[in-house]
Design a protein around this ligand. Structure first.
Ligand SMILES: NC(=O)c1ccc[n+]([C@@H]2O[C@H](COP(=O)([O-])OP(=O)(O)OC[C@H]3O[C@@H](n4cnc5c(N)ncnc54)[C@H](OP(=O)(O)O)[C@@H]3O)[C@@H](O)[C@H]2O)c1
Length: 250
């Protein structure tokens, strides 16, 4: 029970890495508060977790809205009495294009969903963590923007790199209060975001030292570590779970 008695928000919980993380966190003793837009997915996952003996509630809404971030924290406090951590994980690649062809609308959508949403959520979560006397925030970044410049992903890379700056400053500002902040950098992971084109999957697999993509459950394990007390001296950094993508030139 690596998250026993902790209350954790998970954004992007309706699929992929977020859904796997919600299942794992609940199985490890956390009460989870699930966020995403697709209410039916959140309701089904919440029902599944409760049927398995866990604790889960959900709030459907757009992660780009400040009110939704506030509502997630309010739900955590109302249902479970407080907040101990958050996996700020929702994200989108947006329409891919070379930088000169990225529309301002796509740029804003990708920044808003990946970066501004992380700020809005952290802004709502930090006072709740302070009230609890400490806690942990984890932001889902990517190898893209940190160590690899994948063509077509300029907006996404900028947003994901920005998360590292945000995590570092939160770590510095709130560390004395027992609050930790870190980024998690997954490699290619088999989720809706990665699609189901076998040719694309083969290309992505080849980028990794392990020559395969991750299962969402493998990334969830790393988020669990960063949120748990096992990572009690880990803050202000980024942890790659990228199958060796960043160091691989073969
Ligand atoms: N898959 C990869 O290869 C990979 C690699 C590195 C990093 N990542 C990052 O990992 C995170 C999770 O992605 P995934 O791979 O698990 O993909 P996914 O299955 O497509 O999940 C994305 C999640 O984000 C939520 N989301 C997207 N836009 C949202 C919005 N405007 N408001 C609220 N929720 C929103 C989606 O929920 P709704 O659509 O229901 O709102 C969904 O739950 C993302 O930050 C992604 O950038 C993924």
């Amino acid at each position: 029970m690596r998250l026993a008695d902790k209350v954790i928000i998970v954004t992007g919980a309706s699929s992929g890495i977020g859904a796997a993380a919600a299942r794992l966190f609940a199985a490890e003793g956390a009460a989870v508060v699930l966020g995403a837009r697709r209410a039916e997915r959140l309701e089904a996952l919440s029902t599944e977790i409760v049927a398995d003996g866990g604790r889960a509630v959900w709030v459907a809404g757009d992660v780009r809205e400040a009110d939704v971030a506030v509502a997630l924290v309010a739900r955590a406090e109302a249902a479970f009495g407080g907040l101990d951590g958050a996996f700020n994980n929702a994200g989108t690649v947006g329409e891919m294009a070379p930088v000169a062809d990225i529309t301002p609308g796509t740029w804003r959508e990708v920044q808003d969903t990946n970066l501004t949403a992380a700020f809005l959520n952290a802004r709502a979560q930090l006072p709740a963590l302070q009230a609890r006397g400490g806690g942990a925030l984890v932001f889902t970044s990517s190898f893209v923007g940190m160590t690899v410049g994948l063509p077509g992903m300029g907006a996404y890379a900028a947003a994901k790199a920005g998360l590292m700056g945000l995590a570092q400053v939160i770590a510095a500002e709130y560390g004395a209060e027992g609050i930790r902040a870190n980024c998690l950098m997954p490699g290619g992971t088999r989720t809706e975001m990665a699609g189901d084109d076998p040719e694309f999957h083969r290309f992505v697999e080849g980028l990794h030292a392990l020559k395969r993509m991750a299962a969402p459950e493998e990334i969830a394990e790393v988020a669990l570590f960063l949120l748990s007390d096992a990572a009690s001296f880990v803050t202000g950094g980024g942890l790659f779970a990228d199958g060796g993508n960043s160091i691989c030139k073969t």
